[in-house]
Design a protein around this ligand. Structure first.
Ligand SMILES: [Zn+2]
Length: 269
């Protein structure tokens, strides 16, 4: 048996149940989340591996592909690495997913019009060249992002409370993109509830320029948690997790509250 296989089996012994579909299904895979594809050179943070059943692992792959593509497209705006590779990605997006490419505002004239309409100004030193804004109102994009952040919230809830959210639980999600002005994010409303900032590293290299979050959780009961998640320069989301979905539905718009992934028939090992 190879080392990777041995590590995987040891991991699944410690984390026997899938943390995404209610806690009744045995996990068969180690799922890196956020996905490794999102990070430069696939260097994802240590300690972000989660137990998943086959179905939950597969379920997110389409959403993952869309999320990662958009993240990689718009990130150059902050780190100034807009290059021929990004250009190729934009062209590939337009050819393969013409319906999704409408969500990306990337032609300088459109970017300028959009910024004007929103009353936004560019950061000093930034030009409209290479600036990609993502409009999340397209239904396919919205769905993909919901799935991506829902899975991330379920994973982080498990990590910080050691509890799997059951089928009666819920996650409320608000997602923003770089096309939203900072004024649209009510940080003063939820900021005081956040208690800690995650430290995200691989081999002591700080990865918070690519992914970072602040959080709070009831670690005693494992019943509630809150995450303010940022993919710098690209997307951000606020996720509230509660073991009783009704408490969220009572206070928040019902279309922003999601149950965990559907349970999957048990596959004997
Ligand atoms: Zn599952």
């Amino acid at each position: 048996m190879g080392n990777a296989k041995r590590r995987s089996m040891a991991f699944l012994r410690m984390h026997p149940y899938c943390c995404f579909c209610g806690g009744q299904t045995l996990a068969t895979t180690r799922d890196h989340w956020p996905s490794r594809a999102l990070f430069d050179s696939r260097q994802s943070p240590e300690g972000y591996e989660f137990p998943a059943c086959e179905a939950c692992n597969r379920l997110s792959s389409q959403s993952e592909a869309i999320f990662v593509m958009f993240c990689r497209l718009v990130r150059p705006m902050v780190n100034g690495q807009f290059d021929s590779q990004t250009d190729r990605l934009i062209r590939a997006l337009a050819e393969q997913h013409p319906e999704l490419s409408q969500s990306l505002i990337s032609r300088p004239i459109e970017v300028r019009r959009y910024l004007r309409e929103k009353g936004l100004t560019l950061n000093a030193g930034t030009t409209t060249h290479g600036l990609g804004l993502v409009n999340l109102e397209h239904p396919d994009i919205g769905k993909a992002f919901e799935t991506y952040f829902l899975k991330l919230a379920l994973a982080l809830h498990y990590k910080h409370t050691a509890s799997i959210l059951s089928q009666g639980g819920g996650v409320s999600l608000n997602v923003w993109s770089n096309a939203d002005s900072a004024k649209e994010v009510p940080t003063e409303a939820f900021g005081p509830y956040l208690k800690a900032r995650a430290s995200l590293t691989r081999q002591k290299v700080d990865l918070s320029g690519q992914f970072v979050y602040e959080w709070n959780a009831d670690t005693t009961t494992g019943t509630v948690s809150l995450f303010w998640i940022i993919f710098p320069g690209a997307f951000a989301a606020l996720a509230s997790v509660a073991a009783d979905r009704q408490t969220l539905v009572k206070h928040l718009p019902a279309n922003s509250v999601f149950p965990p992934f559907s349970p999957h028939p048990q596959v004997p090992r």
